[in-house]
Design a protein around this ligand. Structure first.
Ligand SMILES: Cc1cc2nc3c(=O)[nH]c(=O)nc-3n(C[C@H](O)[C@H](O)[C@H](O)COP(=O)(O)O)c2cc1C
Length: 217
């Protein structure tokens, strides 16, 4: 299955069948979340991987009881950092130096550029929104990877983030929840959306090409 076929196969699954995702498959999907690009490579977010049923029941209660939360194999919660700061950038520079076998001192100018960028937001809320945008890139990459693995994924913003943050103790970790992503397998008998045609704008509406494509002869 090529990437187009995989993306046509996937849909925002409303009902899942509770089957478990094999560990190796799950790990490949989680690796996609980790390998996603982000601004400066900072990855200012965490992904909670929740299998615990009792905890999922509590999450379901703050997410309009959407059935995928309990019917999924695993529930991912994407949570963005509340306030990326100078210390976090310094940690990232140290990691980069270690991974690449270079000195952190040689990265001083680059470090200051990033510190300047993360401190340039007018408000902490704007800084959080920037971090949340990075988390969404990871979400998209994870959804595509799940499709490539023939695993269903159902992105959800329909939950109460304040309540979920309390439930998961995210504030104490400097995080705020932005998205849920149940992962599992579709229940085609119960899901009203299964088999429905995908709806997307046509290519000539979405893509604005330069130079304009010449009409076929
Ligand atoms: C950021 C985001 C939030 C979404 N939130 C919900 C949600 O809370 N509940 C739900 O049933 N679907 C949710 N969806 C699914 C979309 O409705 C769905 O992706 C869209 O209709 C396109 O259909 P497809 O994903 O099946 O191709 C969300 C999708 C995204 C990307």
């Amino acid at each position: 299955m090529n990437i187009t076929e995989a993306l046509n196969w996937r849909y925002a699954t409303k009902r899942m069948n509770g089957h478990k995702i094999p560990t190796e498959k799950l790990n490949r999907i989680l690796d996609a979340a980790r390998l996603a690009p982000s601004s400066y490579g900072l990855q200012p977010y965490s992904v909670l991987v929740i299998e615990d049923e009792a905890l999922r029941e509590k999450i379901s209660a703050v997410a309009y009881n959407q059935p995928q939360i309990m019917e999924a194999s695993h529930l991912l919660v994407f949570a963005a950092m509340d306030s990326v700061d100078t210390h976090f950038v310094e940690e990232f520079i140290d990691l980069t130096a270690l991974e690449r076998g270079i000195s952190a001192d040689s990265m001083e100018d680059y470090k200051n550029t990033i510190i300047g960028a993360v401190n340039s937001f007018a408000t902490n809320e704007e800084r959080f929104h920037w971090a949340a945008k990075q988390a969404y890139i990871s979400l998209g990459t994870t959804i595509a990877a799940a499709a490539a693995e023939q695993v269903d994924a159902s992105p959800m913003e329909g939950f109460d983030p304040k309540e979920l943050d309390i439930l998961l103790g995210l504030k104490e970790r400097g995080l705020r929840s932005v998205l849920l992503l149940p992962l599992g397998y579709r229940n085609t008998n119960a899901d009203w959306l299964a088999g429905m045609k995908k709806v997307r704008w046509p290519r000539d509406k979405m893509f604005i090409r330069f130079p304009r494509a010449s009409s076929p002869a």
